[in-house]
Design a protein around this ligand. Structure first.
Ligand SMILES: Cc1cc2nc3c(=O)[nH]c(=O)nc-3n(C[C@H](O)[C@H](O)[C@H](O)COP(=O)(O)O)c2cc1C
Length: 187
């Protein structure tokens, strides 16, 4: 479904440049040790030591890459009610003081990224539209909405592909419904 969306965008905008970040195969920098210390140092207004500065510059690169996009497409499965760890890792990396949000005690948190259209394709075995999720809640949608709004990305459209488990006809129908949704004009 995500690939179909990109193909459609290419038809509408032949000069579209696509920067694909395959979170499942690309080695993201670890977010621990010096990177974590750099985040706290920045929050406290302290300078960074050389190791922290190196870790921070990798994070800046990822944020620059995101910020260069005029629109964003996320394609993800639901895992254990929410996002898979690879996507959570990415969100933890790009959610940074001075880069994507600012905190001031008087004003609270201010997002720093300019808003732009974000489409999120979510595959799940549970169908949350019809309630065929066997009691499992959808924490992915509210989490991603809040996490992206926190950094300034508020114009989010979710496209659900569900259910992806069960009889093949039901799965095919789910994909067909999502593809039909792509063709609808965005409100
Ligand atoms: C580790 C794991 C956890 C999952 N947790 C959920 C879940 O909480 N709710 C749900 O509806 N589906 C869950 N699923 C099913 C996947 O969301 C579903 O199979 C989806 O189509 C996988 O997408 P993919 O084929 O693009 O990897 C889970 C699958 C895996 C592997």
């Amino acid at each position: 479904v995500a690939e179909a969306l990109v193909r459609r965008r290419r038809v509408a905008a032949p000069h579209l440049e696509v920067d694909h970040l395959p979170l499942w195969t690309e080695e993201l920098p670890p977010f621990d040790g010096p990177a974590l210390a750099a985040k706290y140092a920045r929050l406290a207004g302290r300078g960074l030591d050389p190791l922290q500065a190196e870790a921070w510059s990798a994070i800046e690169g990822l944020v620059r890459r995101l910020d260069a996009a005029d629109e964003v497409l996320l394609s993800t499965p639901m895992w254990n009610l929410s996002v898979p760890y690879r996507l959570k890792h990415y969100i933890d990396l790009i959610t940074q003081p001075g880069l994507t949000f600012r905190f001031e005690p008087e004003a609270g948190y201010t997002p720093l990224l300019r808003d732009r259209p974000v489409t999120i394709v979510v595959a799940s075995s549970g169908d949350f539209a019809t309630g065929q999720s066997y009691g499992r809640p959808d924490l992915l949608t509210p989490y991603l909405r809040a996490a992206l709004a926190f950094v300034g990305l508020r114009s989010v459209l979710f496209i659900s592909v569900a259910p992806t488990a069960g009889p093949p006809e039901a799965v095919d129908a789910a994909v067909a419904r999502s593809l039909a949704q792509l063709a609808e004009p965005v409100a």
